[in-house]
Ligand binder design. Structure first.
Ligand code: ZN
Length: 257
């Protein structure tokens, strides 16, 4: 009887081990779950349906912004996984939880209904600017490339405001997103209208979660007003509350003048 139990335990452990290895394998090689692969410059795109002219325009716009970021490396090959009918984003959702996208190592994945012409991706009734979402996830890949897996989140446990805030800072380069003062006014007036709303809406009708929006502004303040580099900010022992307080004092002074 004891031998039988031991056999079952060994079988169950083996099954768990094989399942974990299979999931890690599928996560690392998304091409297994996609019908098509297209290379454009340093980007390899995995997709199910044919890519249209609007996609290429979006990628071109993304690339022009991306090249200006501090951690950009022109030798880095990046993979983009689209959510156009394949199981890969569902697999990522099972592992990491529901989200508009994920960026890890060299793989940027988006999750939702994409409208390339409109430049949006829709999930649960909310629309995110597609180019900016892709830039956000690709920026996480730059962080991995610059710092290494062990020094990147989730393993390194950098404060979320520094990790996500930088991805948002690189991504939010739209015409109406350059001015920190205007960005702060947008969130302050949104809070006055509805203090409990989940997101902040931009002029194009797309959304950013308020928590990410706050992270973005703190990084924008540190990099633009305090003239820090991102790597300096990452290394510096600067508390979220301290920076937020300083930023609000800066904002109050600007508003008064
Ligand atoms: Zn992120």
């Amino acid at each position: 009887m004891k031998i039988e139990i031991r056999k079952w335990v060994i079988r169950a452990l083996l099954l768990c081990f094989v399942s974990i290895i299979s999931i890690l394998f599928l996560m690392s090689f998304p091409q297994i779950l996609y019908a098509k692969r297209t290379q454009v410059g340093n980007y390899i795109i995995y997709h199910e349906n044919d890519l249209n002219q609007y996609f290429y325009q979006r990628l071109h716009n993304v690339d022009s912004v991306f090249r200006g970021s501090e951690l950009y490396n022109d030798q880095l090959k990046l993979e983009i996984c689209l959510s156009d009918g394949t199981a890969y984003p569902t697999l990522m959702k099972m592992i990491w939880g529901d989200a508009f996208g994920w960026g890890m190592n060299t793989i940027a994945t988006v999750n939702g209904n994409i409208n390339f012409q409109e430049n949006t991706i829709e999930l649960h009734g909310y629309k995110w600017n597609f180019e900016q979402l892709l830039l956000h996830e690709l920026t996480h890949c730059l962080q991995f490339n610059a710092l290494g897996i062990m020094e990147s989140n989730p393993l390194a446990k950098h404060p979320q405001w520094k990790w996500e805030g930088y991805a948002e800072y690189v991504a939010r380069q739209g015409e109406v997103q350059h001015s920190l003062l205007k960005n702060m006014e947008r969130i302050e007036s949104a809070r006055m209208v509805d203090p409990d709303e989940w997101g902040v809406f931009f002029e194009d009708g797309t959304v950013a979660p308020r928590v990410y929006y706050d992270y973005w502004l703190m990084v924008q303040y540190a990099l633009v007003v305090k003239k820090m580099s991102y790597l300096e900010l990452l290394k510096m022992n600067l508390k979220e509350e301290e920076l937020k307080k300083e930023m609000m004092m800066w904002y109050d002074l600007k508003v008064k003048n």
